[in-house]
Write a protein that binds this ligand. Structure first.
Ligand code: CP
Length: 307
């Protein structure tokens, strides 16, 4: 039963519960009109202490497409946070008005702290370099929909694997499925943290800094940007930012049915020419993000039977 639950990291939900969300999302993709009133009278609060395009707009679009309403902020300095209000008091106050809250925060653990003081479900929309569970739901739905299964894949994760919270969440989540092989492609300075490798539950993995060396082995290539906002040294960021730039030339040895994913925003790591390649699915992925968030809102609000 997902009604009333919080989502702080992807593994808060069992595989069966995730399956229920994906099955519902696929039904919404098939017949969105059947869900256009399901959240009538419900209010979503979007609390974004950090910038966002996809996560905030897809949540807001999701709630509006379900017939519900939205309040929120995309700039915390326009709220009483600027006067020193704590996360605890902000979420208590939001709980007086809204039925469910989505929070993005630059500090790791902020949404987890919020749920301790919250009388409404709290969804983590990304906390620092830690986790981004609804991006993971998006990524899993994309893989399940386009590759027909969440098992039996070799996935290459390429770029900033140190600070990329979408990578951390996705690796943890995929480790729960069968026969997944991970290939971590990064400069040595941006390698995947040991605590994430400790979660691989016996799955095979390989680390390299050379994308061309492994591209022919991949079923899924998950590109990420170098996370400028998490660097202490601007000089170090400038040195590493263009470590990988995917071009059509670099794709010549990739499998015909490989899919290229990216949580976006993209900076320079995928050349625009790649957008025309049928394997590039990152804008489809962004659209799946809205459908999976529609399914998540329905489940956490417990309004499924209204459809
Ligand atoms: N993928 C993602 O989290 O994008 P935004 O930062 O634009 O929300």
């Amino acid at each position: 039963m997902l009604k009333g639950r919080h989502l702080i990291e992807p593994n808060d939900f069992t595989i069966q519960e995730l399956d229920e969300i994906f099955t519902l999302a696929e039904d919404i993709i098939k017949k969105p009109e059947a869900y256009s009133d399901v959240c009538k009278g419900k209010l979503l609060a979007t609390l974004f202490y950090e910038p966002s395009t996809r996560t905030r707009f897809s949540f807001e679009a999701a709630m509006l497409r379900l017939g519900g309403s939205i309040i929120g902020f995309s700039e915390a300095q326009s709220t009483s946070v600027a006067k020193g209000e704590s996360i605890a008091d902000t979420i208590r106050t939001i709980g007086c008005y809204a039925d469910i809250a989505v929070m993005r925060h630059p500090k790791e653990g902020a949404p987890k702290l919020a749920l301790k003081y919250s009388n409404i479900p709290v969804i983590n929309a990304g906390d620092g370099g830690h986790q981004h569970p609804t991006q993971t739901l998006t990524d899993l739905l994309t893989i399940r929909y386009l590759k027909k299964s969440l098992s039996n894949h070799t996935i290459g994760l390429c770029g900033d694997l140190k600070f990329g919270r979408t990578v951390h969440s996705l690796v943890k989540a995929l480790s729960r499925y069968e026969n997944i092989k991970f290939i971590f492609i990064s400069p040595s300075e941006l390698q995947i943290p040991q605590y994430i490798k400790d979660e691989l539950k016996g799955h095979e993995y390989y680390e390299t800094s050379n994308l061309e060396e492994v591209i022919d082995k991949l079923d899924i290539l998950y590109m990420t940007r170098v996370q400028r906002e998490r660097f202490i040294s601007e000089e170090e960021y400038l040195r590493l930012k263009d470590s990988y730039i995917l071009t059509t030339e670099k794709l010549k040895n990739a499998k015909e049915d490989m899919i290229i994913m990216h949580p976006l925003p993209r900076v320079n790591e995928i050349a625009m020419e790649v957008d025309n390649d049928k394997r590039a699915v990152y804008f489809k992925q962004a659209r799946f993000g809205m459908f999976v968030r529609m399914a998540l809102l329905i489940k956490l609000l417990g309004v499924e039977n209204n459809a």
